[in-house]
Design a protein around this ligand. Structure first.
Ligand code: AKG
Ligand code: FE2
Length: 314
């Protein structure tokens, strides 16, 4: 049987200037992005001990009594998604709670008072994730054959990036959803996980994304898929809850500025004689539709808003 597991790529060549190592890594990443839209990275620049410490502090926070967690309820003013602590409403099919934090300087961040080290450790971790995000962005830029720094210039505003810490509640029904099948709407996402549960859909089969020591999962979002006119995939994925114990993870979302217009780039359409597979849209409008799930959850996961809304039938 073909090996369908998600590949792991060592990014150390990008730190030590090993040209042939960089070339090999880009080749593997190009295949992973075309086939799965998912890969894992190690030696990526974010210290593994810091990631583990950050996750441990989120665990401590989520285990606090509800009234304590609710003190970090969202305030006003954040773009895309409110900053602070939110628990999914009981009627949601997604059984999780989460804490959202924008870059450390953001005025609308709402930090829990407990555990007291959480803010400081988050402030140390976030810039590492952002830096590795810029590295992955530049690698994707090269893998797509775009002019140097194209994505960096296109997506120059880092103020809307955020980190979300998740707790998925335990279940006795192994099939129960933590996050139902969805695609991420952003540029790309890093996930730090220390337990099974994340799965990616490939040719109708759910493939587990197994946690690896010190690794980060990279999954491409809809913006990358649309810009590349489907050359790179934004794969459907989900989180299955664990029996008996909670699952914890955190994810860094590299987003796009809301006013940006997103449409397939000429390099993947007119320049190669291919029709655009999507109509263009403003990023903020797309995200607003996707976020309606939080305030107006559809009764059936099949009704979740997706980028297919903008697809041009062939
Ligand atoms: O928690 C995870 O492992 C993934 C979460 C996820 O897919 C998301 O928030 O978009
Ligand atoms: Fe996701």
């Amino acid at each position: 049987m073909a090996d369908t597991s998600i590949v792991t790529v060592d990014l150390s060549p990008f730190f030590n200037g090993d040209e042939s190592g960089m070339k090999d890594a880009k080749e593997v990443i190009t295949h992973a992005c075309s086939d799965y839209g998912f890969f894992q990275i190690v030696n990526h620049g974010v210290p593994p001990s810091l990631m583990a410490q950050t996750l441990d502090l989120f665990k401590i926070f989520f285990e606090l009594p509800n009234e304590e967690k609710l003190k970090a309820s969202p305030g006003e003013g954040a773009p895309f998604t409110p900053a602070g602590y939110t628990r999914q409403p009981d009627y949601s099919f997604n059984k999780n709670e989460y804490l959202t934090m924008y870059p450390p300087a953001s005025s609308f961040n709402v930090y829990p008072d407990n555990p007291p080290e959480l803010k400081e450790v988050f402030e140390e971790t976030f810039p590492h994730l952002m830096k590795t995000g810029l590295l992955v962005e530049s690698i994707l830029n090269d893998c797509l054959g775009l002019p140097p720094n194209f994505l960096k210039e296109f997506n120059h505003d880092r103020s809307g990036d955020f980190l979300v810490a998740f707790r998925y509640f335990p279940t006795n029904d192994a099939g129960c959803s933590g996050v139902s099948a969805h695609e991420d709407g952003n540029f790309f996402t890093f996930v730090f996980q220390d337990a099974d549960g994340l799965e990616v859909l490939k040719d109708g089969v759910w493939i587990p994304v197994i946690p690896i020591e010190g690794g980060l999962v990279v999954n491409l979002g809809d913006v990358t898929q649309v810009l590349s006119n489907n050359k790179f995939k934004s794969s459907t994925h989900r989180v299955i809850r664990q029996e008996v114990k909670s699952r914890y993870s955190f994810a860094y979302f590299q987003n796009l500025e809301g006013e940006k217009w997103v449409e397939p780039l000429p390099k993947f359409t007119e320049e190669i004689g291919e029709a655009a597979k999507y109509r263009g849209f403003f990023y903020k409008d797309f995200i607003a539709m996707k976020k309606r799930i939080d305030t107006h959850p559809p009764s059936d996961p099949k009704d979740i808003f997706s980028v297919k809304h903008y697809a041009i039938p062939t």
